[in-house]
Design a protein around this ligand. Sequence first.
Ligand code: R5P
Length: 274
Amino acid sequence: MDIVACPSSPMLAKRIAEIKNLKLAGVEYKKFPDGELYARIESKENEHAVVGSINSNDDLVTFILALEALNGKKIAVIPYAGYARQDKVFLQGEAVSIRAVAKIIESYAEKVITVNIHSSDAASHFRSLVNLDAMPLIGKYYRSRDVIMLSPDKGSLERVKVAASVANCDWDYLEKRRIDASRVEIAPKNIDVEGKNVVIVDDIISTGGTVLEAAKQIFGLGAKKIEVACVHAVLASFAAVKILSSGISDIIATDTVEKVFSRISVAEIISANL
Ligand code: R5P
């Protein structure tokens, strides 16, 4: 088997190749003046794992072209699967985007591997999906550190519980409480954050709106220091500069989306499932 790196995941693909002691195939990618993309893969193998997060339309098209260029058995490794937030019809007439992506990818690949795909609904559109959980890796990063972990909402609570159990620290989630008709208070459900080092843990940081709002509330309750940790550092719309200028000390992320904040690698868990 050869590993094929897509332009979105060069380091992660290299790490996986090193762990598995496999070769990285030679690749040529280019964009024509009219915006069309091109892929050519140099490999004599008959089995390949194509590694590339889908964080843009170009990422998606390049991934499809890489699959199309290959012969034999293909595994699609999509560490960050964009389009997964449109996992159902919310408004009549909408496309279920992740279903369309799943159909195309699975027309080429026998197996698909993702990391913390947005939801079980998104996962359900794949026939042969292995969806890995990077929360234990976030927990490991914080092991033996004096922190408490908070989920920005109840929806992410289960994820935070997993990270906190590995980190061996306390955890909680932010709850919205209505004080009266015009006032809403957002605070941790059970624990006191005053004077504490808090890590807000989420699966995705996209615009940063969720963690910025959470941090504002937690600082308001007297937290000493706040970091944010996530699996997928999408960091759209100047999110990184907004977060780091807000008093939040650091952004810790995995390498599902390769950023300067990617200090935790998912290479081992992907390698174990290839
Ligand atoms: C929501 O379902 C997710 O867990 C994240 O909280 C959300 O995607 C973060 O988005 P943003 O950074 O744009 O607030």
